[in-house]
Design a protein around this ligand. Structure first.
Ligand code: HAM
Length: 423
C-alpha cells in the first residue's frame, strides 16, 4: 500500500461527531450577534505580510516567530492571517465603510500561527472576531463585554469564565511608562532571564507577561501603568468600570494584562477559564484607536475582541439532543433490482413531503444482513425495508432500531405520517 500522508502538526480535522457542537455554538453566536446589530464580513485568509507587520507590530511573537509567510509567484510577501482585526480594518478602509459612519461587524474562520502545539493551542485554529468602529466612549467597550456575557450564559458556561480588564492608556502615556519600566528593569538587570533581557530593548512591556516563576517577584515590584495614565484615559477606564458595575458584570482589574499585539490603547480585556489548563484565555480584545490611522485611514475609534472556538467548545457540556444532531432518522434498505430503483424515488417523495427528514438510502447493494448492519451503524432511529415483494405490493416494512417493537409492514402512503412522529 502507498504511504499515507498525515495532516500537518497542529492542524486538526473536525470529524462528523464533533461538528454538531460547532454548529450549535455557531448558531448561538449568529443569533446573539444579530441581536446586538452586528453584521458579518467575510475576509481573505491571505493578506500582504506588510499589513500584519504594521498592525500587530514588528516585535511581537506573532510577527517575529509565528506567521506562515511565503513569497507568491509574483515575488510578493504574503502571510496566512494570524488574526482577523488587521484584515477587517483593511477591508473597511478599502471599501470606504468607515466614512462618516459607525460599523458593527463580525467574522469567523481559521487563523494560522506557527506556535508550539499543545492542548488549546494549535497552528490552525478558529476565531469569532467582533469589531466596532467609530465609537470612542466606554459604552461600546461595555456593549462588547455584555455581548460576551450573553454568549456565555446562552452556552451555559457563564460560571466557568472570569473577566479581567485593564487600561493600557494611549501611546504617549505608554511611552512614558515604558521609560520608567526600562529604568526599573535596568536597575535589576541581573535578575532578568534571557527572554526578558531581549525584550528590555525591544518591547519591555512584554516582560510583565513573562510566565517564568523566577521573575514573578521582580515583576510584582515593577511600576504600574495605571500610575502613568493621564486624566482622559483614567476617565475612560472609570466610565468602563462604572457601567460594568451598573450591569452587574463581575470583573477583576489586572494591571499586568498587556496583550500580545501592539495595536491596543486604553481598554483591554480577557475572559479566562481555570478549566482549560495553561491555555485558559477563551476570549480577548480591547480598544485599538490608533490603528485606523496607522493603516492609512482617518483617525477613528475602534474596539473589538476575538474568541477561540476550540477553547470555547472545550468548555461546553454537550446538550443531550446534540448527540443526535445530524444523524439520520431513517435508513432505507432495498433488496433486488426493482426495489433498488424504487428506493431512490420513494426517498425523493419522502424528502419532498418532510423537508426536516434525514433519510439515508442504502446504495451499493449488499445482503439484507449487511444492509441492516449499516442501518444500525448510521445511527438511524428506524430501518425502512423495501424488498422486491414490497416494491410490487406498494408497501414498506419498518423496524425501530433504538426501541422495542416488532417489524411491521405499512402501505407506502402511510409512511409519511409514521416518519413525522420521529421528527
Ligand atoms: P488574541 O489574543 O491573539 O487576539 O487571540 C484571541 C483568542 O484566540 C485567544 O484568546 C484564544 O482563545 C484564541 N487563540 C489565539 N491563538 C490560538 C492558538 N494558537 N490556538 C487556539 N486558539 C488560539 C486577537 O487575535 C485579536 N485580533 C483580538 C481582537 C479583535 N482585538 C480587537 N479585536
Amino acid at each position: 500500500m502507498a504511504e499515507r500522508i498525515q495532516a500537518i502538526r497542529g492542524m486538526h480535522d473536525l470529524l462528523p461527531d464533533q461538528t454538531p457542537r460547532w454548529q450549535h455554538v455557531e448558531a448561538v453566536l449568529r443569533r446573539i450577534l444579530a441581536a446586538y446589530g452586528y453584521r458579518e464580513i467575510r475576509l481573505p485568509l491571505v493578506e500582504k505580510t506588510e499589513l500584519f507587520r504594521r498592525s500587530i507590530g514588528e516585535v511581537t511573537d506573532i510577527v517575529e516567530k509565528e506567521m506562515y509567510t511565503f513569497e507568491d509567484r509574483n515575488g510578493d510577501s504574503l502571510s496566512l492571517r494570524p488574526e482577523g482585526t488587521a484584515g477587517c480594518l483593511r477591508a473597511c478602509l478599502e471599501h470606504g465603510l468607515l466614512h462618516n459612519q459607525v460599523q458593527r461587524l463580525w467574522y469567523a474562520g481559521a487563523m494560522f500561527r506557527h506556535e508550539r502545539p499543545q492542548k488549546g493551542r494549535y497552528r490552525q485554529f478558529h476565531q469569532l472576531g467582533v469589531e466596532a468602529y467609530g465609537m470612542a466612549g466606554p459604552d461600546i467597550d461595555v456593549e462588547l463585554i455584555l455581548l460576551c456575557r450573553r454568549l456565555w450564559r446562552e452556552l451555559g458556561i457563564a460560571e466557568k469564565l472570569q473577566l479581567e480588564i485593564n487600561s493600557l492608556g494611549v501611546p504617549e502615556e505608554r511611552a512614558a511608562y515604558r521609560a520608567q519600566l526600562v529604568d526599573y528593569f535596568r536597575a535589576h538587570y541581573q535578575q532578568l532571564d534571557e527572554d526578558s533581557r531581549r525584550r528590555l530593548e525591544t518591547n519591555p512591556l512584554r516582560i510583565l507577561d513573562s510566565k517564568n516563576p523566577e521573575m514573578a517577584t521582580l515583576i510584582a515590584g515593577a511600576p504600574t501603568l495605571a500610575d502613568a495614565l493621564g486624566e482622559d484615559s483614567r476617565a475612560h477606564f472609570r466610565g468602563l468600570r462604572e457601567r460594568l458595575d451598573e450591569a452587574g458584570v463581575a470583573y477583576q482589574v489586572n494591571p499586568r494584562l498587556v496583550r500580545g499585539l501592539d495595536y491596543y490603547s486604553r481598554t483591554v480585556f480577557e475572559w479566562v477559564s481555570r478549566d482549560l489548563g495553561a491555555q485558559g484565555t477563551v476570549c480577548a480584545g480591547g480598544r485599538y484607536d490608533g490603528l485606523v490611522e496607522q493603516l492609512g485611514g482617518k483617525d477613528s475609534a475602534a474596539v473589538g475582541f476575538a474568541l477561540g472556538m476550540e477553547r470555547l467548545i472545550e468548555l461546553l457540556a454537550l446538550p443531550e439532543d446534540l448527540a443526535r444532531a445530524g444523524l439520520p432518522h431513517g435508513y432505507l434498505i432495498n433488496l433486488g433490482q426493482q426495489a433498488e430503483r424504487q428506493a431512490l424515488l420513494l426517498a425523493e417523495q419522502l424528502r419532498d413531503a418532510l423537508p426536516e427528514l434525514r433519510l439515508q438510502v442504502n446504495c451499493g447493494g449488499g445482503s439484507f444482513k449487511s444492509q441492516f448492519k449499516r442501518a444500525d451503524r448510521s445511527g438511524a432511529l428506524v430501518a425502512l425495508i423495501l424488498g422486491d415483494d414490497e416494491a410490487r405490493a406498494g408497501t414498506v416494512s419498518v423496524k425501530l432500531l433504538r426501541a422495542e417493537g416488532e417489524q411491521r409492514t405499512l402501505p407506502q402512503a402511510e409512511l409519511i405520517p409514521f416518519l413525522k412522529t420521529l421528527l
